[in-house]
Design a protein around this ligand. Sequence first.
Ligand SMILES: Cc1cc2nc3c(=O)[nH]c(=O)nc-3n(C[C@H](O)[C@H](O)[C@H](O)COP(=O)(O)OP(=O)(O)OC[C@H]3O[C@@H](n4cnc5c(N)ncnc54)[C@H](O)[C@@H]3O)c2cc1C
Length: 377
Amino acid sequence: MTPTSQSYDLAVVGAGICGLAHALAAARRGKRVLVVDRDAQANGASIRNFGFITVTGQQGGECWRRAKRSVEVWLEIADAAKIPIIQRGLLTIARRPEARAVIEAFLQTNMGAGCRLVEPRELKDYGSGLRADEFAGALYSPHEARVESREAIPQLAAWLGERFQVTFLRETAVHAASPPKLETSRGPIEAEAIIVCPGDDFATLHADRLAQYGLTRCKLHMLRLRPQRFDERLPPVMSDLGMIRYLGYAELPAAKTLRARLEAEQREHIDAGVHLIAVRSADGTLVVGDSHHYAATPDPFAPVAVDDLILDEYSHVFAGAPPQVVERWNGTYASAPDRLMLVDAPCEGLRIVLITSGTGASTSFAIAEEVIAELFD
Ligand SMILES: Cc1cc2nc3c(=O)[nH]c(=O)nc-3n(C[C@H](O)[C@H](O)[C@H](O)COP(=O)(O)OP(=O)(O)OC[C@H]3O[C@@H](n4cnc5c(N)ncnc54)[C@H](O)[C@@H]3O)c2cc1C
């Protein structure tokens, strides 16, 4: 039988992390699952990101809880799916006293459990190569995990096929999706339930439903750097600018004072949505970013000036000569004015799931477990 002539319990549109997470949650319940994607291999936000499964810094409440659960799932499947966990934890550097005040306030919340304030003199315990003498302190969180997305996403798909017999139909565009039928560029497919995880394509499937959410897209600049030396003990690193973007910090009253100082001192960075995330790869290079520019259709251009702002923040956190840039790329993700994700239910057996923020690697596994439970229980 060909994939199109079989019928499935669940068809998932989109083989990014959101679609794969739904395929996993359904397959773990013994469902026969088909995943359809128009591309030959993963090419969307899910392979362009940091592969940084971030807990600390996520918005308090549902997002933080989902990130906690999602990191558990990544760790549960990593060995079996042969997905290396390259780094654990997070070091959020406070370059300024106002940023240290945000860390101190964060530690008073329930999200601070397991995290700690690191004094500048103690930073060497986490690795060398930071401008530790210039910092006001740091927050260490043990919760995070880092995977190499461009390898982890294909590996996850391959494992879903091998372990759970999930069927993948690639280079296949879905034109219509209403259970029990998908209309695809390879013909119709039958499925009892359908989950549409289209990333930042709001125009092809159920555009009428998605119109109500005021969606737009966000374009991000990313760099790969090759530092001359990098201490492998260092966890993923962020800095002050991240504390006014990541809602788990930014929504604390203490962040207001930090924001005011950053607006006075780093206006250009803020206008370009620049903050620092630096994560390590197995070959010793670093994935470093990023920036945020919003548009219905972001332009495809990558002005060097934006990369320079990212590198400027990098050079205030890491000591030594500026590292060589060995790769540059852009990514885009869906964005909504008032929510980090959405689940839309146009009819019985059909769900549209969009991650409308830069949190998909960190939350998709938990979201998918919730959607699949609601759909099949
Ligand atoms: C540069 C960058 C950095 C990021 N960093 C992080 C991070 O550190 N941590 C984190 O948690 N999140 C991060 N994110 C966000 C995260 O990557 C996204 O939230 C997540 O990847 C979205 O996954 P997705 O599956 O919805 O979308 P995608 O990965 O874009 O996948 C959507 C898929 O749907 C397919 N598709 C769409 N419509 C159709 C159709 N009609 N027919 C067939 N196929 C279709 C597309 O071909 C595509 O493969 C980052 C994003 C970017 C761009």
